[in-house]
Design a protein around this ligand. Structure first.
Ligand code: GRF
Length: 268
């Protein structure tokens, strides 16, 4: 039985959809904790209701002082040039507003998270509406063991408000993707995708709702395969062991899902 930690920042509907299949015994896993960067995120409340440890990790106090307090750790991520620069001029403003510093802050935050979750000895992390970029530090701690869902047909429309981006662009097919997390934002190897039609009378809201309906099917499906050790990451490709599985590609005469869904995930 795999031990999973769910990370989320918002309402947690994907967490609920996965949890439903865990409760039914269809996904053989235990959610050992739910982690959030938002103190009042509904996902934490949803975890508490299910008696799952709900942990808030504050991202706000990753300050310059925190940076220097953790210098022994963070120096592993600095080039010689950075180090010389910082030691000579620790008050240097340019560095503290650079992208490099942003990435270092992410690493420090993930370091803090890792030390908080270590005790749970998780086998995988499920990002479910987690509105932060995961750093190389955490990815290296969980290689090919962090999953994410993105509400577009990747590689189109990465980043925030993907459904709006697709709707505004005028695509006729939108969708959702579950992928392994690597260092590129929304850029990791793909496990499963759902192609969802855009209707003539759609609004951004109605399209978002239709996409979400299929998110709630493909994410539990991907997590099930992950928990059954069916995923093999080979470069950009995820090879899925589909032995003994009967999959359906066309769902509700509406969405095209590849590689498909097992019957248990077809119900509405
Ligand atoms: C979903 O649309 C997901 O694809 C995106 O953020 C949203 C999270 O929703 N990454 P929820 O918190 O799972 O309800």
């Amino acid at each position: 039985m795999k031990k999973l930690i769910v990370f989320g920042s918002g309402r947690g509907s994907n967490f609920e959809s996965i949890y439903k299949y865990i409760e039914k015994g269809i996904i053989k896993a235990k959610v050992v904790a739910v982690v959030s960067n938002k103190e009042n995120a509904p996902i934490l409340e949803k975890a508490r209701k299910r008696k799952i440890p709900a942990i808030y990790v504050n991202p706000k106090n990753i300050t310059r002082e925190e940076f220097f307090r953790n210098y022994d750790f963070i120096k592993n991520y600095l080039t010689e040039e950075d180090k010389n620069y910082l030691l000579k001029a620790p008050e240097n403003h340019e560095f503290f507003s650079s992208n490099k510093f942003k990435e270092l802050k992410r690493i420090l935050y993930d370091h803090k998270i890792f030390h908080t979750i270590k005790e749970f000895e998780a086998d995988g992390i499920i990002l479910a509406g987690y509105m932060r970029v995961v750093s190389k530090y955490l990815i290296d701690k969980f290689p090919n063991k962090i999953l994410n869902i993105h509400p577009s047909l990747l590689p189109s429309f990465v980043g925030l408000n993907a459904q709006k981006q697709a709707y505004d662009y005028g695509v006729k097919i939108a969708g959702a993707t579950v992928h392994i997390v690597n260092e590129v934002l929304d850029g990791g190897p793909i496990i499963i995708q759902a192609a969802v039609p855009v209707r003539e009378d759609d609004t951004e809201e109605s399209l978002t709702k239709r996409i979400l309906k299929y998110e709630h099917k493909i994410y539990p499906q991907a997590v099930k395969w992950f928990c059954e050790d069916r995923l093999l990451v080979d470069g950009r490709k995820v090879k899925i062991d589909l032995t003994d599985l009967k999959l359906k590609n066309i769902v509700n005469n509406e969405a095209l899902i590849s590689p498909g869904l097992e019957e248990v995930f077809l119900e509405n």
